[in-house]
Design a protein around this ligand. Structure first.
Ligand SMILES: Nc1nc2c(ncn2[C@@H]2O[C@H](COP(=O)(O)OP(=O)(O)OP(=O)(O)O)[C@@H](O)[C@H]2O)c(=O)[nH]1
Ligand SMILES: [Mg+2]
Length: 314
């Protein structure tokens, strides 16, 4: 092991920061680290915190982390900064709210951007999660705004997915009905100090009762994150879900599935990069013009490109 790797294994924060920066910008360097230290990973429990913008995900994460460090745990947090212009303002907020926590010796917090990744966001998150795992974290939190497919993909990295909602989000509950519902293993109605929280809880429970095909019925927990209310109950549910996963053998299945995705994502990214490199070249534009002029058809061109990429780069 080199110096960086030794420090990383000991959980040194600067080493973690450096390694995650590699994961974001210099994939090969991050890969080198993971290749060497892979055997040391696998002990972190990964919790995804997702939900619509502004429902209190960061506040809730902050309280969960405080609760778990008091129990003697080491915690890593990855907050995915949304690209959406509607939620872009929260980036600074996240940092401010979690600032005091990041000074704690057993907590490492990192924001990761969604910009600049050509479909590589989940790959970067896989790597960062693995690095935190190697660094000895007991729990890794991944906070994403549950609005798009890439966020949903990311949250699938988690062992337990906590879907956070707030009262008065009628439309969001509709959206959740339409598919996102699938990914929540624990539902939280935060901002329970607000009117309508009981109604939201009832609605959620009704929806969840409709699906009797699963052997884990997601519980619904009420919280008031900024008053630290309901946090113990939520932690209990997270632990209960973990117990369920272990007892049913589903934790292993889930993690195997995750490994499969981690590998596929990595290859997919490499391919994507090759494609993007290719289409930035001059001869691409030249050939494109031929398609425009109907000298060749788009599918012949696509086949040629495909052959080109595979022969040269793989
Ligand atoms: N009334 C009320 N406000 C809360 C509660 N929890 C958090 N908030 C407030 O809600 C606002 C948004 O909280 P965040 O924790 O930033 O929410 P978020 O879901 O992380 O937001 P994004 O990351 O921007 O999607 C902040 O002003 C919080 O202080 C709560 O239980 N009740
Ligand atoms: Mg947030």
């Amino acid at each position: 092991m080199n110096n960086l790797e030794e420090l990383l294994v000991r959980g040194d924060k600067r080493a973690i920061a450096r390694a995650i920066t590699y994961a974001e910008n210099y994939e090969e360097k991050a890969k080198e680290i993971i290749k060497k230290l892979y055997k040391r990973s696998g002990s972190a429990y990964i919790i995804g915190i997702t939900g619509p913008p502004g429902v209190g995900k960061s506040t809730l994460t902050d309280k969960l982390v405080k609760n778990l460090i008091e129990k003697g745990n080491k915690i890593g947090v990855i907050a995915i900064d949304p690209t959406s212009p509607f939620t872009g303002g929260s980036i600074l907020g996240d940092r401010i709210r979690m600032q005091d926590l990041s000074l704690h010796p057993n907590v490492y917090i990192r924001s990761m951007g969604t910009r600049g990744h050509l479909g590589g966001l989940s790959k970067g998150t896989y790597m960062a999660t693995r690095i935190l795992d190697i660094a000895g974290m007991d729990y890794v939190f991944i906070e994403t705004v549950g609005v798009g497919q890439s966020e949903i993909d990311i949250v699938k990295i988690a062992d337990t997915v906590v879907m956070v909602l707030a009262p008065g989000l009628g439309d969001d509950v509709q959206a959740i009905k339409a598919g996102i519902m699938e990914i929540g293993e624990i539902f939280v109605v935060n901002k329970s100090d607000r009117e309508g929280s009981d109604k939201t809880v009832v609605e959620l429970n009704m929806m969840l009762d409709l699906d009797d095909t699963k052997d884990w019925r997601p519980p619904v927990v009420k919280t008031i994150a900024y008053e630290n209310k309901g946090i113990n109950e939520l932690i209990d549910k997270i632990f209960a879900h973990r117990e369920y996963l272990i007892a049913s053998g589903n934790l292993e299945k889930k993690r195997n599935q995750r490994l499969r995705m981690e590998i596929i994502e990595t290859v997919k990214n490499k391919l994507m990069n090759n494609v993007f490199e290719k289409i930035q070249q001059k001869d691409f534009d030249f050939k494109l013009q031929e398609v425009i002029d109907k000298k060749i058809d788009p599918y012949t061109f696509a086949d040629e490109l495909y052959r080109d990429i595979f022969n040269k780069n793989l």
